[in-house]
Design a protein around this ligand. Structure first.
Ligand SMILES: Cc1cc2nc3c(=O)[nH]c(=O)nc-3n(C[C@H](O)[C@H](O)[C@H](O)COP(=O)(O)OP(=O)(O)OC[C@H]3O[C@@H](n4cnc5c(N)ncnc54)[C@H](O)[C@@H]3O)c2cc1C
Ligand code: SF4
Length: 341
C-alpha cells in the first residue's frame, strides 16, 4: 500500500510530494495530462517577480528527478472510495486502481469559460481574447505585440472580474489573482509596444500580496497604464475589426463609449470538474462556490471532513503560486503527522 497518493501534478501536487519525500514518506502522483506543471505551463512570466514560469517548472522537474518521485502521466482519477480499514481505493481512467493510506486532492482549478458572457463577444469577435490567451501570445511571440488580426494595437482594454463577483455567472467570490494579473499583463503590453494605450476597467482593485501595490504604481507611473473604475455593458465590432465598448464610469456615474483594437477578459477561477466527481464518490464536503471545503479554515486548512483525505493548492480556492506552495508544504506536515500518529 502507498503512503500518499496525490491527485494532480500541478505545482501543488509536486510541492506536496517533494516535502513528503523529505519527511520520509512514499508518494505517487497521478496526472491527467502528458506533462507535469498544470496551468503554469501556459503562463509566460509570473507576478510579482516577472520571472519566467518555466523557471519554476524546471526547478520542480529537477527535484522530481533527484528525489525519484513516481508519476503516472496521462491518467485521470475518476473516483475515490474510503475502505473499511481506513485506507482509500483510487480509481483511474486506465482501469487500474491504487490502494493508499492517504490521498491528497491537488487537482487545481478550471478557468471560467468567457463564452458564458456572450455580451463581451468572446469567440464571436476576433479581437476579444482572455487573459489566458494573452499569456500564450506573450509566450509565443516575445519581441512584438500584435492583436489577433496581426495589427499593432493603438488601444487595448482589460476587463476585470469576468466570471467572478458576478451574480449572473453564479460565482460570488473574488478570484484574487486577476487584478494583479491584469497589472502584470498591462505592463508587458507597454514593454512590447510603448505606443499602445492601455486601459484597465475594474470594479475594485484588489492587490493584497507582497509587491502587488508596487507593481500597480509602476504600471501607472512608469508605463502610463490608465485604471478606470467602470463597468462594461456591451461590445460590438466595427467594420475594420476594432471594437466599440459601451461602459459606465462608476466614479463619475456617466455612460461612455470607447473604441479599442483589442479586448482582454480577465477570466476567474472555477472549481475543477473533478471536485464534483470526488464529492459524489466519497462524500468530501464542498463550499457554496463548489471548491473543496477544508475541515477548519484557520486550524486545519489541509484536512477535509474525511479522515486521511487532504487538499493542497487551488482545489480549495483561487490562490497565487506563493499561496499554493505554502498550502502544499502545510499539507505535507499535516499528512506526516496523520500517518505517524
Ligand atoms: C491567467 C492567469 C495567470 C496567472 N498568473 C500568475 C502569476 O503570474 N503569478 C502567480 O503567482 N499566480 C498566477 N496565477 C495563478 C496560478 O496559475 C495558480 O496559483 C497555480 O496554477 C495553482 O496550481 P495548482 O497546482 O493548485 O493547480 P493547477 O495548475 O490547476 O494544477 C492541477 C493539476 O491537476 C491535474 N488534474 C486535474 N484533475 C485531475 C484528475 N482528476 N486526475 C489527475 N490529474 C488531475 C491537472 O491536469 C493539473 O496538472 C495565474 C492564474 C491565471 C488564471
Ligand atoms: S482579483 Fe480583481 S479582477 Fe479578480 S475577481 Fe477579484 S476584484 Fe475581480
Amino acid at each position: 500500500m502507498i503512503d500518499v497518493l496525490i491527485i494532480g501534478g500541478g505545482i501543488a501536487g509536486i510541492e506536496t510530494a517533494c516535502s513528503l519525500q523529505e519527511l520520509g514518506l512514499e508518494t505517487l502522483i497521478i496526472e491527467k495530462e502528458k506533462q507535469i506543471g498544470g496551468h503554469l505551463n501556459n503562463w509566460d512570466t509570473l507576478f510579482p517577480t516577472k520571472r519566467s514560469a518555466s523557471e519554476i517548472l524546471e526547478y520542480y522537474t529537477e527535484q522530481i528527478r533527484k528525489k525519484s518521485i513516481t508519476i503516472y502521466l496521462n491518467t485521470t482519477v475518476t473516483s475515490i472510495r474510503k475502505q473499511d480499514d481506513g485506507s482509500f481505493e483510487v480509481y483511474t481512467s486506465r482501469e487500474v486502481s491504487f490502494k493508499s493510506k492517504t490521498v491528497v486532492m491537488a487537482h487545481g482549478f478550471s478557468l471560467f469559460n468567457a463564452q458564458r458572457k456572450e455580451e463581451y463577444g468572446y469567440k464571436i469577435y476576433e479581437n476579444v481574447i482572455t487573459s489566458a490567451d494573452l499569456e500564450q501570445t506573450f509566450k509565443q511571440n516575445n519581441d512584438v505585440f500584435v492583436n489577433p488580426m496581426g495589427k499593432i494595437p493603438e488601444r487595448v482594454a482589460f476587463i476585470h472580474c469576468v466570471g467572478s463577483r458576478d451574480e449572473k455567472s453564479g460565482n460570488h467570490y473574488c478570484s484574487k489573482v486577476c487584478c494583479i494579473t491584469a497589472v502584470k499583463q498591462a505592463i508587458k503590453v507597454k514593454q512590447l509596444s510603448p505606443q499602445t494605450q492601455v486601459f484597465c476597467f475594474y470594479m475594485d482593485l484588489r492587490l493584497y500580496g507582497r509587491g502587488f501595490e508596487e507593481m500597480y504604481r509602476e504600471a501607472q507611473e512608469k508605463w502610463g497604464v490608465q485604471f478606470i473604475r467602470g463597468r462594461l455593458s456591451e461590445v460590438a465590432e466595427n467594420i475594420d475589426g476594432s471594437l466599440q465598448l459601451k461602459a459606465e464610469d462608476t466614479l463619475a456615474a456617466r455612460p461612455f463609449k470607447m473604441s479599442v483594437d483589442m479586448l482582454v477578459l480577465m477570466v476567474g477561477f472555477e472549481a475543477n470538474k473533478s471536485t464534483a466527481l470526488f464529492h459524489n464518490s466519497c462524500g468530501v464536503a464542498c463550499t457554496e462556490s463548489r471548491f473543496i471545503q477544508p475541515r477548519h479554515h484557520h486550524l486545519s486548512a489541509n484536512a477535509t471532513n474525511i479522515d486521511g483525505l487532504f487538499t493542497a493548492g487551488t482545489s480549495i480556492a483561487p490562490l497565487s503560486v506563493f499561496d499554493t506552495l505554502n498550502h502544499a508544504k502545510a499539507a505535507a506536515f499535516a499528512i506526516h503527522s496523520y500517518i505517524t500518529k
